[in-house]
Design a protein around this ligand. Sequence first.
Ligand SMILES: [Zn+2]
Length: 263
Amino acid sequence: MKIIDIIKKYEHAYFISPHYDDAILSAGNLLHALSKILPVSVVTVFTEIGMKPYTLSEKAFMRQCGYKDLKNLYVDRKNENAKILDQIGINRIDFGYVESLSRKSPHISDIRKALSSVIPEFNRLYPTYRFHSVSGKIASSDNETIGKIKSTLIDTDAYYHTNHKNSRLLVCPLGIGGNVDHLIVRTACAGSGLPVIYWTDFPYILKDKPDNKFLSDNNLTPLSYESDNTTKHEMIRQYTTQFMPLFKNKPIKFVTEEYYVKL
Ligand SMILES: [Zn+2]
């Protein structure tokens, strides 16, 4: 069974990318091949970022990307993503959620609110990148975020697909590496009731493994998509704001794209 043959049966494939670069990084080869076969959209879920004052983790991220203002960085991220997807004829949808690095806690005390004007970490749901954003633990107040994303996924283009409930396919991350935004997207897709195929998160798959419990709970089987990486490499290089933080100017160590499917 080939992954392309499975996906070809659907009318439209929606790649649900947590951040601007994730779909191309993890699934660029498959996306590129599918773009010639059926309508494909890339939905980016977390496309917004916070304002000053910045947390230490936000400052560190800006520094790595070579920016002094997060808003400017995110305008450039949006534009570079648009340019890359336009080149291969992929439709784009941005959901506009704030990413974990800047997400505010919905319920904080007045004291914490007051302190946060000086130390912004006090009003954040995930105050640090290292100990919170990539901890693999979704904060309980993000259950509301998951619910909203799930509804938006179900509603997206539903009008065009009302006659064929299963004509839409979602392709989304397994959440390898423990980034909470990736896990939130996985949870929302898995709970949407729509058919889902999962990608292995790159480059995080180089260091981490899929969550075996999730694989067995969802009866998922691995399927590889073999392809040469020339076009994918060219696309990844064009995410210029992320190239340094992700690859530190070293050659990219590509692996075969692997997907998990319920057969
Ligand atoms: Zn990401």
